[in-house]
Design a protein around this ligand. Structure first.
Ligand code: ZN
Length: 253
């Protein structure tokens, strides 16, 4: 029985990953998610259902469009596989039960995945990935008792304020408005003190990756980094391991 549940969760993960890919592409080219079928970005041919099966179609087509034979982006199978493994992992972590927190975590990880990919590829963060879900999340979390209002208020205050301050001091040079709105989403979901773990993890990760890139001569000290990519990883780490990290840290005091 539990095996069937795992297969079901894995399939849900593949479908969510497939949806995220289509969603990001449509956000970029400005099409509604609901209308119109998926088509090849190179030749514009409508993609048939048999070529839309997550991962399997990519393998069978050897990563090429059936019609124009141009390469299908690696983003597609990677996002699908990642969300599938994330869903399986979250299901295990949440005691193999479909709980409110399990569904919340899947939704948050899915949104963070889209922020990660979108900011990395296009250097932008869409409000549909941050502000809008944050505003929907807060009342639901309060009604269901997932978080206290004080935790959310402090989280949002720190998350938004931290980036607003940098934006004001640098007159918008260090960070963009999208980062402020991502800070709001981070604060809402992580609350207090999780927001601190999320921000700190993102900055440590950003510093380490920048040093590696500079060391490999792939970047200079002046290169701009898509910071939403680091923030999304930091948020995921804080969401899943924030309590352990805070406990571990307090152990030193
Ligand atoms: Zn094509």
């Amino acid at each position: 029985m539990i095996g069937i549940l795992y297969v079901f969760i894995a399939m849900c993960g593949l479908l969510i990953g497939s949806f995220l890919n289509a969603w990001m592409w449509r956000l970029k080219v400005g099409k509604s998610v609901m209308c119109g079928r998926s088509m090849c970005p190179h030749c514009g041919t409508t993609i048939q259902w048999r070529d839309l099966i997550p991962i399997i179609s990519f393998v069978l087509l050897r990563g090429q469009c059936r019609h124009c034979h141009k390469r299908i982006d690696w983003q597609y199978p990677l996002v699908e596989a990642w969300v599938m493994f994330a869903c399986i992992g979250l299901f295990a972590v949440h005691g193999e039960q479909i709980t409110t927190l399990f569904i919340r975590d899947i939704a948050v990880i899915s949104l963070l995945t889209s922020v990660f990919v979108y900011d990395l590829r296009y250097g932008e963060i869409e409000d549909w990935m941050t502000v809008v879900p944050g505003l929907i999340y807060i009342p639901i979390a309060l009604v269901l008792g997932v978080q206290s209002w004080l935790s959310i208020a402090l989280g949002v205050g720190v998350g938004t304020g931290f980036f607003l301050l940098q934006y004001a001091v640098s007159k918008g040079k260090w960070i963009g408005g999208g980062d402020i709105r991502l800070g709001f989403f981070m604060g809402a979901v992580l609350g207090w003190p999780g927001i601190l773990v999320g921000l700190l993890t993102a900055y440590i990760l950003g510093a380490v990756v920048s040093l590696i890139l500079i060391g490999a001569k792939k970047a200079t000290g002046k290169s701009t980094t898509p910071f939403g990519t680091y923030l999304s990883v930091g948020t995921a780490v804080a969401l899943l391991a924030g309590d352990y990290i805070i406990e571990w840290y307090l152990g030193f005091l």
